[in-house]
Design a protein around this ligand. Structure first.
Ligand SMILES: Cc1cc2nc3c(=O)[nH]c(=O)nc-3n(C[C@H](O)[C@H](O)[C@H](O)COP(=O)(O)OP(=O)(O)OC[C@H]3O[C@@H](n4cnc5c(N)ncnc54)[C@H](O)[C@@H]3O)c2cc1C
Length: 394
C-alpha cells in the first residue's frame, strides 16, 4: 500500500492531536465498531481535539469488509480527486484517498479492510479489538458499557457497529434453508449449475454477475424492481457499476430477472429446493437458494436507547444524537433524516463533523476552525435541503 495522501492545509496538524487517555476511568467518548464509520468518526474526533476516546471492536479493524465475498467490489468508484478539492467518494477522512493509497478504482472488501487498518495505525487510534460489547445502559451521568472483557464508562457513546454482521434472514417460511450472501466467501467456490437468488438490489446483482461469469444459470427474484427504479439516488436505484455489469454477455444470456415477484416459501424435499412465489409460481434447484435480502442492522441492539421512526430506524436529533438518551449517537449507514438515507460512505461521512462538533461543544472545546474545514470538504452537512436527486428537467 502506498503512502497516505494528506492535504497539508486541509488537515489539522499532528501536534493538534492530543494524547488519548481515559479521564478518571471515564472516557469522554467510546465508539463501538471499527469499520468505515467508527474509524472515520474517530479521526474526526481527533481533529476536533477530543482528549479521551476508545474504539471497541469485536473482531479486528474492517472485519465486515474483510468478510465480503472475495470477488465483491465497491460499487462507488475511488478517484484521487482530493487535489481539486473533491474528496474521493470512498474516503472516510479529509486528506485521505483510497484511490491514491491503493491505486484501485473499485476496491474489494479485503482492499478496504487493509486500507482501514492502515489508517488506524497511521492515526494511532486507540482500539480494543477482539472485544464484544454486550450491553450499554445510561446511568444518571454516564454510560456503563459491558464487554466480554469487563465494563467501562463513558460520557458519550457513538454506535458504529454497522449492518453487515446483522443480516436479514427471517423473511418467509423456510428462509432458514437459504444461504445469505454475507456468508459466501467466494462465488468461485460454489458448485452446481443453477442458482435462485432472492433479492435483486446490489448484493443480488453482484451474486448473479459472478455466478453467471462462472457458467451458472441464475434467476433473480425481487418484490419490487430495483433495476427499473426511476431515481438517481443510489440508496434506492442500482448503481452504474451494476448496470454496466448487467450488460455483460454472461449476464445477458444466463441471468433471468423477475421483478414484482415476492417469495412466500422455500422448501427442501429429497435434495431439491422449491421456491414458491406469492402468485403460486414454483422454481426448483438442487442448490441452496441465495438470500440477498439485506441487513437488519446492529441498531436493533441499542433500540432501548433510541426512539424509533415508523420505518424502524432510530429517531435522531439534528446532531445524530438520540432524542431520548443524551450522549448516545448513531454513526454509519443506519442514519435516516426524513426521507434521506445515508447508507453509503460518501453520504454518512458528511455527518462525522456534526457529531464531532456536538461532542466537542459538550466538553467545552472550540469548534469554529474544525467546522469551517470540515464544511469546505463536504464533511459537515447541516442543511439537508440540498440533498435531492438529479433530474434532467429541474
Ligand atoms: C456487498 C456490499 C457492497 C457495498 N458497497 C459499497 C460501496 O460501494 N460504497 C459504499 O459507500 N458502501 C458500500 N456498502 C456499504 C458499506 O459496506 C457500509 O456502508 C459500511 O460497511 C458501513 O460501515 P460501518 O462502519 O457502519 O459498518 P461495518 O463495516 O460493519 O463495521 C462495524 C464494526 O462493528 C463491529 N461490531 C459489530 N457489533 C459489535 C459489538 N457488539 N461490539 C463490538 N464491535 C461490534 C464489527 O465487527 C465491525 O467491524 C456495501 C455493502 C455491502 C454489503
Amino acid at each position: 500500500m502506498g503512502t497516505i495522501q494528506v492535504d497539508e492545509e486541509a488537515v489539522l496538524d499532528a501536534e493538534d492531536i492530543v494524547e488519548l487517555s481515559p479521564v478518571n476511568g471515564t472516557y469522554d467518548t467510546v465508539i463501538v465498531g471499527a469499520g468505515a464509520a467508527g474509524i472515520g468518526m474517530a479521526i474526526s474526533l481527533m481533529h476536533i481535539g477530543v482528549e479521551s476516546m476508545l474504539i471497541i471492536e469485536r473482531n479486528t479493524v474492517g472485519s465486515s469488509f474483510a468478510n465480503w465475498p472475495a470477488e465483491t467490489r465497491f460499487i462507488t468508484p475511488s478517484f484521487p480527486s482530493n487535489s481539486i478539492g473533491m474528496l474521493d467518494l470512498n474516503s472516510i477522512a479529509i486528506g485521505v484517498s483510497p484511490a491514491y493509497n491503493m491505486r484501485v478504482e473499485h476496491p474489494t472488501g479485503q482492499d478496504f479492510a487493509d486500507h482501514l487498518k492502515f489508517l488506524a495505525e497511521e492515526f494511532e487510534l486507540p482500539i480494543w479489538d477482539h472485544t464484544n460489547v454486550t450491553a450499554i445502559e445510561k446511568g444518571s451521568e454516564e454510560f456503563n458499557i459491558e464487554t466480554d472483557k469487563g465494563s467501562l464508562q463513558a460520557k458519550n457513546v457513538i454506535w458504529a457497529a454497522g449492518e453487515y454482521q446483522y443480516p436479514t434472514t427471517n423473511l418467509f417460511e423456510g428462509s432458514e434453508l437459504c444461504r445469505h450472501t454475507s456468508t459466501v466467501s467466494s462465488y468461485a467456490e460454489m458448485s452446481g449449475d443453477d442458482y435462485l437468488i432472492i433479492g435483486g438490489y446490489e448484493s443480488g446483482i453482484d451474486a448473479a454477475y459472478h455466478l453467471s461469469r462462472n457458467g451458472k444459470q441464475v434467476k433473480v427474484f425481487d418484490s419490487s424492481c430495483p433495476w427499473g427504479a426511476e431515481t438517481s439516488d443510489p440508496s434506492v436505484a442500482l448503481s452504474t457499476f451494476s448496470f454496466e455489469r448487467m450488460r455483460a454477455d454472461s449476464f445477458q444470456t444466463q441471468v433471468e430477472l423477475f421483478a414484482e415477484t415476492k417469495i412466500s416459501k422455500v422448501e427442501l424435499n429429497s435434495g431439491i429446493y422449491t421456491v414458491t412465489t406469492s402468485d403460486g409460481d414454483v422454481y426448483t434447484s438442487k442448490n441452496k437458494p441465495l438470500l440477498a435480502s439485506g441487513f437488519d442492522g446492529s441498531h436493533k441492539f441499542v433500540s432501548h436507547l433510541f426512539e424509533q421512526r415508523k420505518d424502524g430506524f432510530p429517531k435522531l436529533d439534528d446532531n445524530d444524537c438520540s432524542t431520548t438518551t443524551e450522549g448516545m449517537y448513531l454513526c454509519g449507514p443506519a442514519i435516516r433524516h426524513d426521507g434521506h438515507i445515508f447508507c453509503f460512505i460518501f453520504k454518512y461521512r458528511q455527518r462525522f463533523g456534526i457529531v464531532a462538533r456536538s461532542i466537542a461543544e459538550s466538553l467545552g472545546l472550540p469548534t469554529e476552525d474544525f467546522v469551517s474545514i470540515y464544511r469546505s470538504w463536504g464533511m459537515f452537512l447541516d442543511d439537508l435541503s440540498c440533498c435531492g436527486q438529479e433530474c434532467l428537467t429541474c
